[in-house]
Design a protein around this ligand. Structure first.
Ligand code: GLA
Length: 346
């Protein structure tokens, strides 16, 4: 394992460093403490060519100004909370809304906008980020101690471990918003990537992209990824749920029986990413519009420039029956793990 460090930018007049861990196989993860954000992920293709396979903006100013979520730690609660309202033990809360009347991705000052503390353990291949989220931040109760650990293994895994405690009952449902483009060239769309997901149900979206109450079967719909198929078969379909968003932005319910929940494969490069998680869902978003607020490699990020598999408990779980429990109480420790495994196929 090798560690390097360089200045990535400045935040509030302080240097923010980008740390890069590289393993024997030449896989490298880079991350910054701003947002506990993954800024680069380099893997070899089937011929050994090493390229970055994630979407990233190029400067800290772009992260601060445009909040692209690329590679960032999202929380306290990933996805949308309807009207920013919920109750815990009969007590009602109104958190800060930032998308229409709803809260998205932790609110206006979510975890992706915070400068975390970083500690590096080179021999363990770990970047350890910690952050204290004070009671009232984005309207949430409870002061929380949050730890996110990125581990790069010699077995070619990027392991994300979340750990958190609170001093008052609150909500916690984090994710990482990494977008993959396994071609190694973000100018290529992800439409020919093949996706396989251990998911027999998805959540149709209601108004304002909020999850609806009901789980729907994927059988006979473009949402069926139970056997691998090219993304374009779903993304370009005229299914009403997909057409209105010009792509996927849907929660998939992950089947409990399997540990490996998904595989993303790109035939040209031969790159393959397998996803493992202990959560019950992955929100699959296919970067459905061009983003021209900032440039990547001199160009706006195109429609379908990347795909993100946001592992989490189903969104808006606090307001939906049977979506999962995201309440964290004093005395408990929240623990969750998502692993991305990198390989190639001929
Ligand atoms: C999630 C949401 C999308 C969008 C992206 C970030 O996938 O569901 O609607 O907000 O994050 O751009």
């Amino acid at each position: 394992m090798e560690l390097t460090k360089k200045v990535f930018g400045q935040f509030k007049n302080k240097d923010v460093y980008e740390y890069t861990l590289t393993n024997e196989a030449g896989i490298a993860i880079s991350a910054i403490p701003f947002g506990a954000t993954l800024t680069k992920l380099v893997t070899p293709d089937k011929k050994g060519k090493r390229e970055n396979i994630t979407l990233n903006v190029e400067s800290l100013e772009d992260f601060v100004r445009h909040r692209p979520f690329y590679g960032a730690t999202i929380g306290r609660v990933a996805g949308r909370i309807t009207k920013g309202k919920f109750s815990i033990d009969g007590k009602e809360y109104q958190v800060d809304i930032n998308e229409g009347d709803n809260m998205l991705h932790g609110g206006p000052k979510g975890l992706d906008t915070k400068l975390w503390t970083i500690e590096v353990d080179e021999s363990a291949g770990q970047l350890v980020f910690t952050y204290e989220s004070k009671a009232g931040e984005n309207g949430f109760p409870g002061t929380m101690q949050i730890k996110v650990t990125y581990t790069l293994t010699e077995g070619n895994d990027w392991v994300i471990d979340y750990e958190a405690t609170t001093d008052e009952a609150t909500l916690f449902n984090p994710t990482n918003h990494v977008y993959f483009n396994l071609t190694g060239d973000i100018k290529q769309p992800i439409l020919d990537h093949q996706l396989e997901l251990a998911s027999s149900q998805y959540i149709p979206l209601a108004e304002e992209n909020l999850p609806s109450e009901e789980k729907a079967s994927v059988e006979g719909t473009p949402f069926d990824f139970q056997t691998a198929k090219p993304l374009k078969e779903a993304v370009l379909s005229d299914h009403e749920q997909i057409k209105q968003l010009a792509g996927l932005d849907h929660p998939f319910v992950l089947d409990k029986a399997q540990d490996q929940k998904g595989v993303l494969y790109e035939p040209e490069s031969g790159r393959e990413v397998s996803v493992y998680t202990d959560r019950n869902s992955a929100v699959v978003f296919t970067h459905n519009g061009e983003v021209d607020d900032y440039l990547i490699e001199g160009e706006p990020a195109k429609q379908y420039a990347g795909i993100t598999l946001e592992t989490q408990t189903l969104p808006d779980a606090i307001n939906k029956e049977g979506f999962g429990d995201i309440i964290l109480r004093p005395g408990e420790t929240f623990r969750s793990r998502t692993t991305y495994h990198f390989g190639t196929r001929d």
